[in-house]
Design a protein around this ligand. Structure first.
Ligand code: NOJ
Length: 397
C-alpha cells in the first residue's frame, strides 16, 4: 500500500550521508587517528571502508539505487597537512569527487568539517586557542577549487553541539564520543564554533554566492516528564538551542536525530527497561525526526530544513526498514503541517567507523572489512526505490 503521490516537494533532496574519517581510511594526519592509535577508543579506524580510493563505487551504487543526492565531507587534515600548506593533490581529489557525483546524477552536499581536525590544529589548542576561527576560515577559503562550481549545498560544520560536548568531556578527562550529547558542553568551544560557522558562511558566499550554506545540529529530542519542563528547557538550551539560533540567517539548517532523551526533575532518565534498543544502545524511536524538525523550526524561524542525518544501527536490516518507514511518515506529516522541509539524507550510505568502533552498523550498504566489497542491503533498495517511484509506503501495522 502506498500513497499515490509522494508528499515530498519537487527538488527534494533524496540521498544518504557519510563523513570522510568514517569511510576513507588512513586519515593519519587527523586528531582522531592519533587518539585511536594511542588506544583511547575501542578500536582504530585504520582502512575504514577505503572510500578514499573506492568513492566511485560508492557513488555508482547510490545513484543506481535511486538516490539523487550524496552528502560527504572533505577532510581538513588532508587538505592542509601543515599550517598554511594546502595540498593541490588533495584538493584535486575532492574536486574529482564533486565532478564524479554530478556525472552520476548525484547532487553533492559538501560538509567542510565533520568532527576531525588536523593534528597541528589540535596541538595549538583546538577550537578555543587564539586564531582558531581565522585558521578555519583560511581553510574554507582554500576549498574554493572543490566547491566553487557544481555544489549547491555546503554544510560548514557537522554537529557543532557535539563538538562542544566532546570538548566538555575532554576537560573532565574523558575521551571519545559521548552518549546522546548529555555531558556539559564547553562554553568557549560553543562560542568558537558559532563564530567559525559565521566566518565560513561568509567565506563560502564569497567563493560562490549561489551556494546554499548551512550547518547541521544534533537533536536529542529532549522530552520533559511531568513537572520537568523547566529543567528540560535549561538542559536543552546550551546543548541544542544556541546552535539552532546561530543558524538564523542561513540558507538552510540540517536536522540530525536518532532517538529521544527523556528528562525528569533530576535530569535525564534511562529508557524504560523493556524499550527496544539499537546497536548504539539508543532507544528505538523512529518518531524522533518529526520532533526534531518541529523543535528546530520553532527555534530557527523561517529557515528551510534539511534532514541531513537520520537512521539506525541495526544488525537486522528489517528493523532499519521499519525505522525509516516510521521516520519518513513523520517527515511527511511535518511537511503536510506546513514545515519547509527540503530534503532527507539517511545516515549512512555505508557500514562505517562509528567513532571508536565498527560494531554499530548504520549502513544501507554492507562493507566487507577485508575485501571492501560493497553489498547493498534490502533497506538500500527499498529507500532508493522511494526516490525512483516517489511513493511513500504506508507505515506497517
Ligand atoms: C552523527 C554524526 O554526525 C555521525 O558522524 C555519526 O556517525 C552518527 N551521528 C551516528 O552516531
Amino acid at each position: 500500500m502506498t500513497h499515490a503521490v509522494t508528499p515530498f516537494p519537487d527538488g527534494f533532496l533524496w540521498g544518504a550521508s557519510t563523513a570522510a574519517h568514517q569511510i576513507e581510511g588512513n586519515n593519519t594526519n587527523s586528531d582522531w587517528w592519533r587518539k585511536e592509535i594511542a588506544g583511547a577508543v575501542k578500536e582504530p579506524s585504520l582502512d575504514a571502508c577505503d572510500s578514499y580510493h573506492r568513492w566511485r563505487e560508492d557513488m555508482d551504487l547510490l545513484a543506481g539505487l535511486g538516490f539523487t543526492d550524496y552528502r560527504f565531507s572533505i577532510e581538513w587534515a588532508r587538505i592542509e597537512p601543515a599550517p598554511g600548506h594546502f595540498s593541490r593533490a588533495e584538493l584535486a581529489h575532492y574536486r574529482r569527487m564533486v565532478e564524479g557525483a554530478v556525472e552520476r546524477g548525484l547532487r553533492p552536499m559538501v560538509t567542510l568539517h565533520h568532527f576531525t581536525v588536523p593534528q597541528w590544529f589540535e596541538d595549538r589548542g583546538g577550537w578555543t586557542a587564539n586564531g582558531a576561527v581565522e585558521l578555519f576560515e583560511r581553510y574554507v577559503r582554500a576549498t574554493a577549487p572543490v566547491i566553487a562550481e557544481d555544489v549547491r549545498h555546503v554544510c560548514t560544520i557537522n554537529e557543532p553541539n557535539m563538538i562542544s560536548v566532546i570538548a566538555g568531556l575532554a576537560k573532565s578527562g574523558e575521551h571519545g564520543f559521548p552518549p546522546a550529547g548529555l555531558p556539559t558542553p564547553d562554553e568557549d568551544t560553543t562560542k568558537a564554533v558559532i563564530a567559525a560557522h559565521h566566518a565560513a558562511r561568509a567565506a563560502v558566499k564569497e567563493i560562490n554566492p549561489g551556494i546554499q550554506v548551512g550547518w547541521s545540529v544534533a537533536n536529542q529530542v529532549y522530552q520533559a516528564l511531568p513537572g520537568a519542563e523547566d529543567v528540560t528547557a535549561a538542559y536543552r538550551h546550551g546543548r541544542e538551542d544556541v546552535f539552532i539560533e546561530a543558524a538564523r540567517g542561513d540558507d538552510w539548517i540540517g536536522v540530525q536525530s536518532y532517538t529521544r532523551t527523556r528528562i525528569g526533575t533530576d535530569g535525564p532518565i534511562p529508557a524504560p527497561a523493556d524499550a527496544e534498543r539499537t546497536l548504539t544502545q539508543w532507544e528505538y524511536y523512529p518518531a524522533a525526526v518529526g520532533h526534531a524538525l518541529r523543535h528546530t523550526a520553532e527555534i530557527v524561524g523561517d529557515v528551510p530544513l534539511v534532514v541531513t542525518e537520520n537512521g539506525i544501527a541495526a544488525a537486522d536490516d528489517a528493523r532499519r526498514v521499519d525505522y525509516y518507514t516510521g521516520a519518513l511518515h513523520e517527515v511527511a506529516r511535518a511537511i503536510e503541517d506546513g514545515l519547509d522541509v527540503r530534503g532527507y539524507l539517511a545516515w549512512s550510505a555505508l557500514d562505517n567507523y562509528e567513532w571508536g568502533s565498527y560494531e554499530p552498523t548504520f549502513g544501507l550498504i554492507a562493507v566487507d572489512p577485508e575485501t571492501f566489497e560493497r553489498t547493498p542491503k534490502p533497506s538500500a533498495h527499498w529507500l532508493g526505490g522511494i526516490g525512483r517511484s516517489r511513493e511513500l509506503p504506508r507505515a506497517a501495522g
